[in-house]
Design a protein around this ligand. Sequence first.
Ligand code: ADP
Ligand code: MG
Length: 695
Amino acid sequence: MDYLRNLKQSITTLSGVGPAATVSYQEIGIETYSDLLLLSPRSWEDRSEVRALGSIVDNEMANTLVEVVSHSYFGLRTGKKRTLKIIVRDVSGEGDGRLSLLCFGRNFLEKTIKIGRIYYLYGSVSRHHGELQCSQFELYPATEDGDFPKQFGKILPIYPLRGSLSQRLIRKNMQEVLGKVKYFTNELPEEMQAEYHLLSTDEAIRKYHFPKTLEELNHGRKTLAYTELFYLQLVARRHKGLQQRLTKQGPSIPTTLELKFIENLPFSLTRDQLSSLKEIREDLDGEMPMNRLLQGDVGSGKTLVAWISALHILSTGAQVAFMAPTELLARQHAESAATLLSSLGIRLAFLTGSVKNKERKLLLQAIAEGNVDIIIGTHALFSAEVAFKNLRYVIIDEQHRFGVEQRLALTQKGSVPDLLLMTATPIPRTLSLTVFGNLNVSTLKTMPEGRKPVITHLVNEQSRNRMYQAVGVEFTRSHQAYFVYPRIDDSGQSDLRDVTNMYEFLKNQYPDAKSALIHSKLDEDAKVSILRQYQQGSLDYLVSTSVVEVGIDIPNATCMIIEHAERFGLSALHQLRGRVGRSELQSYCFLVFSNELTDEAKQRLTVMKESNDGFYIAEQDLLIRGPGELTGKRQSGYLKLVYASLTDDLALIEIARKEADTILATDPGLLLPHNTCIRNTLSEAPPFEAETNEA
Ligand code: ADP
Ligand code: MG
C-alpha cells in the first residue's frame, strides 16, 4: 500500500538529484518521496488558456501565440553591451498587438528564434515608452499538428525554491515520483468522498500538483485539505472523548494548604482565576492525566493559578515541575515562588543550565530522593540526568515556546503526569478548534482588580520629542520604563549597534535617570543582575532588545517604548506591551514607527492602538497575516497544515468536526468495515503533523 505519507524512498534515487540538489532539498525539509509530495506549490501558473496578445494589458502574464516580425539591437552598438530585441506580433489577427522581447544576456536567441515562425510565448508584460515589453519570457516553437508544447496548455506548479533547485527539476522529480506510484491508498471512506464531492486521494494529489484546469486544482486541494482537517479532528477528539468518559464526576475541594495560601494573599482572586482553579482541581483529582491549557492575557495572573494548583497535589507527597522558556523567566518564577510558598514549608529547587558542578549534583540528588517538592527551571528539567522521585504534575509556562519533543521528554519522566500548559499568546478560536481539540482549555479573561488599560500612542518622527517628555514625567514620579529595539537577526550586529546608540542618546536625554543596556548577547548573570536592579528600583529604565518580551513582571514599570514598532508582529507587540500595566498605575505604550509603512504594518499598529484585548489581537493577527505565516517559525509550535487554510476553510473545519464526532460516537474503535481505511491510515501514515518541532 502506498500512502501519501509513508513513501520513505530517498529523493537521491530520482534522476537529476545530485549532491547539490540533495542539500538544497534537505534545507527545505525534503528527504523522501513523501516529503517531496507534501511540498506545496506557492502558486500555479495558468497556461491552460491561450489568449490573444491584443487582449493583454499592462502588468499581466501573457500566454499567447506570436509570430516573429524582426530582430534588432539596442544599447551600445559596439562591444558586448548591445541587446537583442525581438519584435513579435499577434497571430490571431485580433487588433495589431505587438510586443518587444528584450533579450538581456540572451543575444544568442537571434539564432534560434526565427523571423516568420510562430511561437508559444509566456512572460510578464509591461508597458514602457508607449510599447508593450517583456524581458522575462519563455518561447516554444509551435508544432505543425497544433499540439501544445510540453510547458503549455496546462497549469504549472510554482514551487518554493532553495539553493540549486529549479522549477524544472522539482517538476521533473515530482512527475517521476507520481509516475512511480501506481495508486495512492485512499484515505477517506467512499461514502464520505461521495457526500462531500471529494476526489480519491490518488486523484487529488495528482491534480493538486499538475491540474489541467483551475477546477481540478481546487477540487484536489479541497480533498487534501478536508482529509487533513478530518484526521486532525479525529485524533484530537478521540483523546478528548476518552478523557471525558474517565474523568471522575463530582466536586473537588481545595486542600487546607491551598486555603491557607489563598487567605494570605494581599488581594482576592479574580472570578476567572477561581473558575480555572476549580477546573484544574477536577482534572487533578480525576483518573485520567490532566491535559489542560490555561490561556490568559498578559498580566491576567496565570502564574498564581499555577502555584495554587500545585498546592492541590503537594499534600499527597507528589512532586511538581515548573518549566519556563528562558533562564530569566525561570529565575523570576523561582523568586516569586520563594516569596509566596516558602513560608508554607514547601521545598523549592531551581534548576537551569547554569547551575553547575557540586551544586547541581546535590540538587539532582535531592530531586531523586524526593526532598524537593517543586522544581523550577528551564528545559534543563528534561535532560536525561534529572530523575524525579514522584513527578505528578508538570506546569509549562509560555508553552508556545516549547517544541513538542521537549514536552514529551518531560511528560515521560513521571508515569504520565498531569500537564498544565500556560500561554499568554491567546489561541484564536479557529486554532483552538483544530489543534487544541485534545486539550481542555481554561481561560482567564477578567483582569485583576484595579488594572487600568494601557494607553497606546503611535509616534512618528515628528512627535518623538513629545514622547521623551511624557516618559520624563513618569521618571519624576519614580515610575520606570523599557525602551525596546527589534532584534533583527542573531548574527548581524546592526541591531546591537542600534541599542548601543540609543543607550547613549537616552543618557543625554535623561541625564538624571539611571539606565542599563540589556540584550541577548549578555551572559545570564549579567542579565539577571540588571533585571534585579531594575526590579529593586535602582534603575529607571532599560534599553533592550526584545529579551524582555515574555513574562517579566515588574509592576512599577509604566512606560513601554517600542522603536521600529512596524517590524514587530502583533503577538510580540502585545507581549511587550504586557510588560506594563501590571499594577494599579496608569501605563503607556509608545509605538514608534518610521514614515514608510506597509499596509500590513499600518493595520497592525492600528489594531494595537485600538485594543488591549489579547484575544481580539490574536484574531486580527490571523486575519492580517493569513494562515501561511502561522505555520512559520515564530508563532508556530501549533501545527503544520499543508493544504488547509485556517482562515478560508472554516466550512471544511466544521464538516470535519461533525464527521469526526459522528464516527467517534458510532464507531470509536474504527472497527466497522467502512471505517477500515481510516484505521489503516491512522496507523500507517496519519495525514497531519499535530505540531512542529521548534528549537
Ligand atoms: P501572567 O503570567 O498571566 O502574565 P502574572 O501571573 O505574572 O500574569 O501576574 C501578573 C501580576 O498580577 C503579578 O504581579 C501577580 O502577583 C498579580 N496578580 C495575580 N493575580 C492577581 C489578583 N487576583 N489581584 C491582583 N493582582 C494579581
Ligand atoms: Mg506569566
